[in-house]
Design a protein around this ligand. Sequence first.
Ligand code: MN
Length: 245
Amino acid sequence: MIDLHTHLDLYPNALDILARVNKENRFTLAVTTSPRAWVATSQVFKGHENIKVALGLHPEVADQKFNELDLLLSSIHKANFIGEVGIDGSARYSKTFEKQGLIFDNTIRECEKVGGRIISIHSRGAASKILSIIRKYPSCGTPILHWFCGSITELKEAVEMKCFFSVNPLMLKSKKGKDLVSRIPSKLVLPESDGPFATLNNKPIMPWEAMDICTDLSKIWNMPISDSKRQMMSNFERLNAHFPQ
Ligand code: MN
């Protein structure tokens, strides 16, 4: 099992499930919402070698955590994985749109400076803006658009730029989500749980359940479930080749 975007530190029982996540998943990307949380979580998750903690500053807390921007930028050189970062263009966060853009632009520029990173990106209501910034820094690394919900035009653009897309089980429960995912080339799709925020039947999706998307994907791609699982693993191997050494 693999999970490319989970808020493992925010599950109410995080410490109780750590060992299971490390055992069941050969790779879990635990994103964080602030650089200080990255420092603390890296410490707590130490020794769980299949769990990688990503350095992040979530766009929804751009205002509250703006004073951690320096810590973010100065830590990128020692973090192999970056996330959750991005821009949220929805009305609720419109007041901090400029600030979010500034944080994201600086982050991506720094990723390029240090030779490229794997970057898990939030792009709700701001996919075009995100893509225009990534385009400015072509050697920033490997962007993974998490829970993509942009337009079809934006999706095509992201595909041309060879972004990966991490898809969670909840996305595939809506018609719109299914339609978008059906337009992503299968070689660019990776599984995510986005737990504990993403829930199914009122229960947070667990990191070992991210690969459940393979059931729905097998219908979309018209192939056996085992083949959609194989596709996920070969996509992950390709991503793995981009991991900073
Ligand atoms: Mn998230």
